[in-house]
Design a protein around this ligand. Structure first.
Ligand code: ARG
Length: 586
C-alpha cells in the first residue's frame, strides 16, 4: 500500500515542469492549521529560479491534480503548499488499512540484507544493565527491519576471548567454590575474577601466574581449553535465560574466539600492504592524511595541536586486539552474507573504536567497502535517580536478571491492587508483560544517544509516555469488542463514513504508521516509533471520549468499530516491533 506521503509526492512530480534537481518532498504537518501534509517544493524551486515562491507555488497548483485526495491545496506563509485530505479519501484509506495485513507499511523498493550485531555480552561476566540497551535496541531494529521486508541476520558477537581468561583460569584452579558455582555460575566466576584481578595488582607473582594460564590457553593446552569451554557453556546458559525472558533471539552467535585463526592473516596483510606499520613494537594504523583533520579518526587534538592517534592491530607482545577481531569478523560477514548494511549496537564510549575500525576497513578492502554501509548505532548511559551511573545501593553494577525480577515484582504489586479479582496466575502473567514492557519502553522511548534516568515510578506509571499507558490503551480498545461481543467485519456491507473531527484525526494518525516505520531505519531511531504510538494512543482516547462506539447507530457504529480495530492492531504491532507483548486484560 502506497503511503499518502508518497502518493502526494508523485502527484507533485507529475505537476512539475521542469523537474527540479531535487525530488519534491511532502511531510505530515505538525499543526493541523496547516492542513494534513505540507510541501516546500515551491520554495526550493523559487530559489533555483530566483523567482517569487508564492508565484511558483501557484504555477504548481495550476497543474496539480489531487482531486479525490484533498480539498483544493492552499499556499501558506513563504510559499508552502498545504494539503487537507477529504473525509471520503480518509474513509477509503481506513477501509484499505483495515484489510491490509501490513497495516499500511509499504514494501521497500529494494529489500536489503542487514546484519545486526547486538547484545554481545562478555563471557564469565554477568550481563549487566549496560548490555540491556544494546539488546533491546538491537532487537527492536531487527524486528522493524524484518517487518518492513528486509532480510535480517541477528549476530551475537559474544566476548569469549581475551586477557580476562588468564585470571579466570587461575581463579578457577585455586579459588573456585563448587557449591557457589552450581548455585550461580556467573556470580562465582565474577567473584574469582575480581579476587585474582585485585591480587594481580598487588602481587607480581599472581600476575605472572595469570599470564602463564593465558599463554597456555592461547597455546592450546587441553586442560585450559576445556575449562574455558566450560566457562562459555555456563555463561551461555545464563545469557539464554535472559534472552528467553526478553523474547530476543539470534540467528548466529559467533563469539570473538571464532575469528582467532583469521587474526594473523589480517595483520600480515595490513602490514604487507603498508596499511599497518611497526611503532614501538606494535602494529599500528596511522592517518593517511586524506581526511580533513576534524574527521580523521587517527588524529587527536591537544594543546600542542594535532597529533597521531593510531589504531593498534597487534600489541607489542604479539597479541591481537578488539580491532583485529572486528576486522576479521567483518571480512567473514562480507564473504558469508554479502550484506548491504551492518549495524553495530554498542554504547557511546566505543565511538572512536568504530570510526577507526571502519576507516581501516576502507583502506584494507576498498571495493568491499563500496558495497556495504557500516553503521555504529551507539547509545548513552542509564543513570540512577541521583544522576550518576545506575548502581545498586552498595555501588555494584546492576545485574540484568535482578533488574527484570524487580520489574515483574513491582508490576505485580500494582496489578494485584488494581485487579484483586484476577487469579494469581493471571496477575503474574500480566505483571510479567507490564514489568518487562516498562523496562524496554523506558529504554526505547528516549533518543538513544541521550543518557536517561532509570526511574521505576516513572516507567511503571499509568500516566505519561510509558508502556503501562500504551498497554492500557490497547486493553481498553479490546474491551470494547468484549463488551459489544462483535467482531468487526460482521456488517461488512456498511460503508465507512467519517464525519466527526476526532474520527478524522484518528484516521490520519492511523495512516501515518506506514510513513513512520521506514523513518526509524533512516537513522536507527526506535524512539520515533515510540513517539508515534504515544500520539496514536492519545488520539484514540480523544476519539473515544468524543464518539460513543457501541451506542452509536449501526452504520456509524461499524465505522467506529473499524477505527477501534485498526487502532488496536497498530498499537499491538507497534509494541511488538519494540519487543513488547500486550495483555488482553490489565
Ligand atoms: N563485547 C563487547 C562489549 O561488551 C561488544 C561487542 C560489540 N560488537 C563488535 N563487533 N565490536 O563491550
Amino acid at each position: 500500500m502506497e503511503t499518502i506521503q508518497s502518493l502526494l509526492e508523485s502527484k507533485l512530480r507529475a505537476a512539475l515542469d521542469p523537474m527540479p534537481g531535487v525530488a519534491p518532498q511532502v511531510s505530515a504537518a505538525n499543526d493541523s492549521r496547516f492542513g494534513d501534509y505540507q510541501s516546500n517544493v515551491a520554495m526550493i524551486l523559487a530559489k533555483q529560479q530566483r523567482a517569487n515562491p508564492r508565484q511558483v507555488a501557484q504555477q504548481i497548483l495550476d497543474r496539480l491534480d489531487v482531486s479525490g485526495i484533498c480539498q483544493p491545496p492552499e499556499i501558506a506563509g513563504a510559499g508552502f503548499i498545504n494539503f487537507r485530505l477529504t473525509p471520503a479519501f480518509l474513509a477509503a484509506r481506513l477501509e484499505a488499512l483495515h484489510s491490509d495485513e501490513r497495516l499500511g507499511v509499504p514494501a521497500p523498493a529494494v529489500p536489503l540484507r542487514i546484519v545486526i550485531d547486538f547484545s554481545s555480552p562478555n563471557v564469565a561476566k554477568p550481563m549487566h544493565v549496560g548490555h540491556i540497551r544494546s539488546t533491546i535496541l538491537g532487537d527492536a531494529l531487527a524486528r522493524i527491519a524484518s517487518f518492513i521486508g528486509h532480510e535480517v541476520i541477528r549476530d551475537n558477537h559474544i566476548g569469549d576471548w581475551g586477557t580476562q581468561f588468564g585470571m579466570l583460569l587461575l581463579g578457577w584452579k585455586t579459588e573456585l567454590q563448587p557449591e557457589a558455582l552450581a548455585a550461580d555460575p556467573l556470580s562465582e566466576m565474577e567473584r574469582i575474577y575480581k579476587l585474582i584481578s585485585a591480587r594481580c595488582k598487588a602481587d607480581p607473582d599472581t600476575l605472572e601466574s595469570a599470564r602463564g594460564e593465558l599463554v597456555r590457553l592461547q597455546g592450546g593446552d587441553p586442560e585450559n581449553l576445556s575449562l574455558w569451554q566450560e566457562m562459555i557453556r555456563l555463561s551461555q546458559g545464563q545469557f539464554d535465560s535472559i534472552y528467553g525472558r526478553l523474547g530476543v533471539r539470534f540467528d548466529v552467535a559467533l563469539g570473538e574466539s571464532f575469528y582467532n585463526p583469521h587474526l594473523k592473516p589480517v595483520v600480515d596483510e595490513l602490514r604487507s600492504r603498508g596499511i599497518a606499520v611497526e611503532s614501538e613494537g606494535a602494529a599500528c594504523v596511522f592517518s593517511d592524511g586524506k581526511l580533513p583533520q576534524e574527521e580523521d579518526p587517527f588524529l587527536i587534538k591537544d594543546q600542542d595541536g594535532w597529533r597521531p592517534n593510531p589504531a593498534l592491530v597487534q600489541k607489542s607482545d604479539g597479541a591481537f586486539n578488539y580491532t583485529t577481531t572486528d576486522l576479521a569478523t567483518l571480512r567473514y560477514r562480507m564473504e558469508t552474507w554479502a550484506p548491504h548494511l551492518i549495524i553495530y549496537v554498542t554504547d557511546g564510549r566505543q565511538q572512536l573504536h568504530f570510526r577507526q575500525f571502519f576507516a581501516v576497513f576502507q583502506r584494507w578492502m576498498p571495493e568491499a567497502a563500496q558495497s556495504v554501509q557500516l553503521a555504529h548505532v551507539w547509545f548513552g548511559s542509564i543513570l540512577g535517580e541521583d544522576g550518576k551511573p545506575f548502581k545498586t545501593r552498595s555501588g555494584e553494577t546492576i545485574r540484568l536478571r535482578d533488574l527484570l525480577d524487580e520489574a515483574e515484582e513491582r508490576a505485580l504489586k500494582i496489578i494485584a491492587t488494581k485487579n484483586p479479582d484476577l487469579s494469581e496466575a493471571e496477575q503474574r502473567e500480566i505483571a510479567r508483560i507490564v514489568g518487562l514492557g516498562a523496562v524496554k519502553y523506558a529504554d526505547l522511548q528516549p533518543n538513544r544517544q541521550s543518557d536517561y534516568v532509570f526511574s521505576w515510578d516513572k516507567m511503571l506509571s499509568l500516566q505519561g509516555n510509558t508502556a503501562p499507558y500504551l498497554l492500557y490503551s490497547y486493553v481498553r480498545i479490546r474491551s470494547i469488542f468484549r463488551k459489544g461481543a462483535t467482531e468487526v467485519g460482521s456488517e461488512t456491507d456498511a460503508a465507512i463514513q467519517l464525519t466527526e473531527p476526532a474520527e478524522l484525526a484518528l484516521t490520519r494518525k492511523l495512516c501515518l504508521f506506514g510513513e513512520v516505520l521506514p523513518q526509524v531505519l533512516q537513522d536507527f531511531r526506535p524512539n520515533l516509533l515510540a513517539a508515534y504510538l504515544y500520539d496514536l494512543a492519545a488520539s484514540f482516547h480523544s476519539f473515544f471520549e468524543a464518539c460513543p462506539v457501541l451506542k452509536a447507530e449501526p452504520a456509524v457504529r461499524h465505522s467506529r468499530l473499524v477505527l477501534c480495530d485498526v487502532a488496536a492492531r497498530i498499537l499491538q504491532r507497534g509494541l511488538d516491533l519494540l519487543g513488547i507483548e500486550v495483555p488482553e486484560r490489565m
